[in-house]
Design a binder for this molecule. Structure first.
Ligand code: ADP
Ligand code: ASP
Ligand code: MG
Length: 477
């Protein structure tokens, strides 16, 4: 086992933290601050804000064919201009020439790809990964050059050389051993030479060198893989809010910063919809017991949220409320279920075969209801299930999940939750095997009302040791 390197800090900056020249300058200041303290930063950046969405729109338009092909090239041209303008605001002389050459080469490559998609009328996940990879490839080049211009000894490093994954395009699984070896071989020497590596998050490659991505929001995951692989001292996720809040501040403007959460609570929140953190981020950090911080790049002096192994004692039953939309409930009824040994297995095998993860399950003697992310495989899954049962499914659902580390220690908590949302039609309820979450399904259009009512009920007089009651949510953007 490698020795820990507490001086290494992996700093991940999300799309809003690199959205334009002003944001990139602010980011450089934050990194310089860490460096001045004697720490060794490794920087992971997302694509500039909204760029991934726009690249996806590009490839969809190219695939849609004739008229829309022009739309694809228009989006690409706009992205090209945005990158050129930002580079020109940040860099000068030879450095600017170098960045402009890379931007030109990359966007020419993107346009060629779009022509290919349009001509062939084919868009595989593999091609889509290549298209979206341009976002992080470009942002990392631009940010590294900007940092250098501002006096930091920064170098761009192509993350695909060290984030080695399988070939599940769109949501590739990382190979942590191969990543650790590549980081030690390629990134550690840069750090030891006093440089600040800047790499794109989200992107990786197969051992054969084919570009992959880690799934939407995957730059957080990259940061954790890099922090874990290098045995660093901390992983910092810099975003546009003060940390993990009691709920999405876009839903409740009075959401409070949570000062500390446990790895388990953070993982549960992320999985059940708190977009502030990618669900897989926590794993590599837990394995190596590396603290993760969630911090606000627009308010860098704020303490943020610390995610740690042992949570602080909390008087309030819940730490936060998450909501996950675009879910489907599938009701599966087998009249002979009591007799049919192996029925549940047969049902779960169908989901497994389609690689479809189930969020929630509830069973009665004759029926089972499950919830899944709405996805294209649903008709096929239901057709297969109909061979063994009656099946109905309904989309447009959402899961509300309340997370806290001692739910069972608070008597009558379920009654309080359901009183708070008594005007909302509840579909499935689960306190789950995990002691730290309580969740239920509702219609998507009821999410805002349910979250606000629950937030009012549980966070009006919260424990001041755990929640920052002074500073209310600072959301910008
Ligand atoms: P980034 O681009 O930095 O990765 P994201 O947009 O992925 O940022 O995540 C930050 C956003 O997550 C916030 O702006 C906020 O709207 C949303 N969010 C959802 N739930 C929470 C929560 N519990 N705490 C903080 N932010 C949350
Ligand atoms: N740019 C990617 C996305 O928008 C990854 C990330 O930002 O974390 O999903
Ligand atoms: Mg994110």
């Amino acid at each position: 086992m490698s020795t820990p390197r507490p001086e290494i800090v992996v700093m991940k900056f999300g799309g809003t933290s690199v959205e334009d020249a002003v944001a990139i300058k602010r980011t450089a200041g934050i990194v310089a601050g860490r460096h001045a303290k004697g720490l060794k930063p490794v920087v992971v950046v997302s694509a500039m804000s909204k760029v991934t969405d726009q690249l996806l729109a590009c490839s969809a338009a190219a695939y849609a064919g004739r008229g829309d092909k022009d739309v694809a090239f228009e989006i690409s041209a706009r992205l090209r201009s945005r990158h050129i303008e930002t580079a020109m605001q940040m860099t000068t002389g030879d450095r600017l020439e170098g960045v402009l050459a890379v931007i030109a080469e990359n966007f020419d490559g993107l346009d060629e790809l779009l022509s290919g998609i349009s001509a062939l009328g084919e868009l595989t996940l593999r091609t889509s990964d290549l298209v979206v990879s341009f976002g992080e490839r470009m942002s990392s080049v631009m940010v590294a050059a900007a940092f250098a211009e501002l006096g930091l000894d920064a170098v761009q490093f192509d993350a695909r050389q060290c984030i080695i994954t399988d070939n599940t395009h769109g949501k590739a699984a990382p190979n942590e051993q191969a990543i650790e070896a590549a980081l030690e071989k390629l990134v550690l020497p840069l750090i030891e030479a006093g440089k600040i590596p800047v790499m794109g998050g989200f992107i990786g490659s197969t051992p054969e060198g084919v570009t992959t991505t880690l799934g939407r929001g995957g730059s957080d995951y990259t940061a954790a893989l890099v922090g874990g692989g290098l045995h660093g001292g901390a992983i910092e996720i810099w975003t546009d809010v003060n940390g993990i809040m009691t709920t999405d501040p876009r839903i409740c403007s009075d959401a409070l910063r949570v000062k500390t959460v446990s790895f388990e609570e953070a993982a549960e929140l992320a999985y059940f919809g708190a977009k502030v953190l990618h669900p897989a981020t926590i794993l590599p950090a837990v394995q190596k017991n590396i603290p993760v911080w969630v911090l606000n790049s627009r308010n860098p002096t704020n303490e943020g949220t610390k995610i740690v192994a042992t949570p602080a004692v909390c008087r309030s039953p819940f730490k936060a409320i998450a909501a996950k939309k675009r879910l489907t409930i599938i009701d599966i009824v087998a009249s002979r279920m009591l007799l049919a040994h192996g029925f549940l297995k047969a049902v779960f095998d169908v989901f497994d075969k389609h690689k479809c993860a189930i969020d929630m399950v509830s069973t009665s003697e004759v029926s089972i209801s499950v919830t899944v992310d709405s996805n294209e495989a649903l008709p096929a899954i239901c057709a297969e299930l109909r061979q063994i049962a009656d099946v109905n499914y309904e989309g447009g659902k959402a899961l509300i999940c309340l997370v806290g580390n001692d739910i069972r220690g608070h008597a009558g908590i379920a009654a309080q939750v359901f009183t708070a949302v008594q005007h909302v039609n509840l579909r499935m309820i689960s306190q789950g095997a995990s002691e730290i979450n309580m969740s239920f399904m509702i219609d998507e259009e009821d999410v805002e009302e349910a979250v606000r009512s629950l937030h009012k009920r549980f966070f009006t007089a919260p424990d001041e040791n755990v929640f920052d009651v002074e500073a209310r949510a600072v959301t910008v953007g």
